[in-house]
Write a new protein. Sequence first.
Length: 235
Amino acid sequence: MNQILAVALGGSFGAVFRFLVSTGIYQWLGRGFPYGTLAVNIIGSFLLGLLTEALVVQRISFAHDYRFAILVGFIGAFTTFSTFSLETFYLIEQGSFTKAIGNILVSVTACIVAVWLGLLCSRGLFYGAEGVFIWNGLNFPYALQVINLLGAFIIGFVTVLALRTTALPEASVATLLAVVVGTYLILSGLYLLLFLIDHGNSLVTHSTYLFSVYAFNTLSCLFVIWLGYLAGKGL
């Protein structure tokens, strides 16, 4: 039951993010070609490759629900093969055979390359000492921290798309963003803590260090969310 709830929660966020990203891309580039679906599938493929190494290969013993929520729920709902198929069929039906063939070739090739790049990046991060920096007997999971920062940048970037594509009142948008950002900060920080505890750090004897790591993750992610927001506004 916990796994089902985790998938449902991750899927709800993934579906909303797909809507915001694809709609924002269409408003930016137009609907002459399925740019929005192509973008979410490429981004989702890269994230799948990146996070598979972090959540499956470099797994921690008591974070099974995290893996189901992110890999099955969020990324499964964020990407969409069915929409890709439908849009390709519409292009064929409209006589746009060049665009249809281009969509098929670019989508399949780009998504495979994106997964490969995601795996390469993640394996590179975890290559040295399994992604952990050890200093004075304390271990810091720098690879997971980098992945958290990448997710924070994406959230900041998507925030701009959300503001462009929704007609919600400012108060509702602010509330939604606070929930999304707050949830991400809590869960990303919690995963770091679970990793550290799983690798021998006790809540009793290392409480100050664990709190410091959690605080550093929160502050650095907030800063990178702001950078992502600025990058999105620059488009």
